[in-house]
Design a protein around this ligand. Structure first.
Ligand code: C5P
Length: 251
C-alpha cells in the first residue's frame, strides 16, 4: 500500500508505442521504472509474450485492457492475466457486480494455482473522453460525478481493489472512500511538460498530495528527449512531496 511505496513504485509508465522493440527499449532506458502499463494498442500488436518480456526485466505489469464482457469471459481473461504474472489490471465497473465478483474470485484462484501474486483489480468508472451529450446518448445521467461515485461504490462492494480516476475526480473520490481503496490517476503533467491533449491535468506532486496511490504517466516520460532523465526528475519531485507531507525538508 501507499505507505510502503517508494516514489518510483507509484509511477506507472504508459508504454503507448506500437512495437515490442520500442516498448522494450523504453523499459531498458528506464532503470528506475518499476511498473509499466500495456494497453489495448500495444497488447493487440504484440500479445502476451510482450508481458513476459517486460516481466523478465524485473518490472511489474499493469495490463490496461478495460475488460467489459459477460462474467464468465471476464473471469477467464483475469485468470489468464494472473497466470502471466500481471500485477494490476483494469475492468469496466459498468460491467456490473457479478462480472466484478467473478473477476475477483478468478484473480485469487488463479494466483494460488499458479503460485504468483494476485493481480490488483481496478474499476474504470466513466471514461473521461465522454462529453455530457454523449453520456445522455448512452443512457447515463449527464451528472458524470454522481455516476463516478455510484460505480466506484459498486466496484468496492464487488471486490475491486480500487479505481482509475482523473485528477478532477481525485478529491471527491478520496473524500468519499478514504485510504484503503486504491486510486490510480492519469492526466499527470509536470510543470515542465506540455499538456498535449490532456485537458484537466495535475502535477505529480499535487496528485500525490491529493490522494493518488499511483500515477499513470505517458508522454512526459516516453516522449521526453531523455525518458530516463524525465523519470528521475518526476521521481525526485515526488520524493520532495512525500517528505513535505511528513513535515520534513523536501530534499
Ligand atoms: O501520455 P499521457 O501521460 O497523457 O498518457 C496517459 C495514459 O493514461 C494513456 O495511456 C491514456 O490512455 C491513459 N488514460 C488517460 N485518461 C484516462 C484514462 C486513461 O489519459 N481518463
Amino acid at each position: 500500500m501507499k505507505e510502503n511505496k517508494s516514489a518510483a513504485h507509484r509511477i506507472i509508465v504508459a508504454l503507448d508505442v506500437d512495437t515490442r522493440q520500442q516498448a522494450l527499449s523504453l523499459v531498458e532506458g528506464l532503470p528506475e521504472g518499476q511498473v509499466f502499463k500495456i494497453g489495448l494498442r500495444l497488447f493487440t500488436a504484440e500479445g502476451p509474450s510482450l508481458l513476459q518480456d517486460v516481466a523478465r526485466r524485473g518490472k511489474k505489469l499493469f495490463l490496461d485492457l478495460k475488460l467489459h464482457d459477460i462474467p464468465n469471459t471476464v473471469a477467464g481473461a483475469v485468470a489468464m492475466a494472473a497466470r502471466q504474472g500481471v500485477a494490476m489490471m483494469t475492468l469496466h465497473a459498468s460491467g456490473g457486480r457479478e462480472m466484478m465478483l467473478r473477476a475477483a474470485e478468478a484473480a485469487v484462484e488463479e494466483a494460488e494455482a499458479s503460485g504468483v501474486g494476485r493481480p490488483l483489480l481496478l474499476g474504470v468508472t466513466v471514461l473521461t473522453s465522454l462529453k455530457d451529450t454523449e453520456l445522455g446518448e448512452i443512457g447515463m445521467p449527464a451528472d458524470a460525478a454522481g455516476q463516478v461515485l455510484r460505480l466506484a461504490h459498486l466496484a468496492q462492494d464487488a471486490g475491486m481493489d480500487g479505481i482509475v480516476c482523473s485528477p478532477q475526480e481525485l478529491a471527491m473520490v478520496r473524500a468519499e472512500f478514504g485510504e484503503g481503496f486504491l486510486v490510480v490517476t492519469p492526466g499527470i503533467r509536470p510543470l515542465w511538460a506540455a499538456a498535449q491533449d490532456q485537458k484537466r491535468i495535475m502535477t505529480p506532486a499535487a496528485a500525490l498530495a491529493g490522494g493518488a496511490d499511483y500515477l499513470v504517466i505517458g508522454r512526459p516520460i516516453i516522449a521526453a528527449p531523455s525518458p530516463g532523465e524525465a523519470f528521475v526528475k518526476i521521481r525526485r519531485e515526488l520524493d520532495g512531496a512525500d517528505a513535505d507531507a511528513h513535515g520534513k525538508n523536501g530534499a
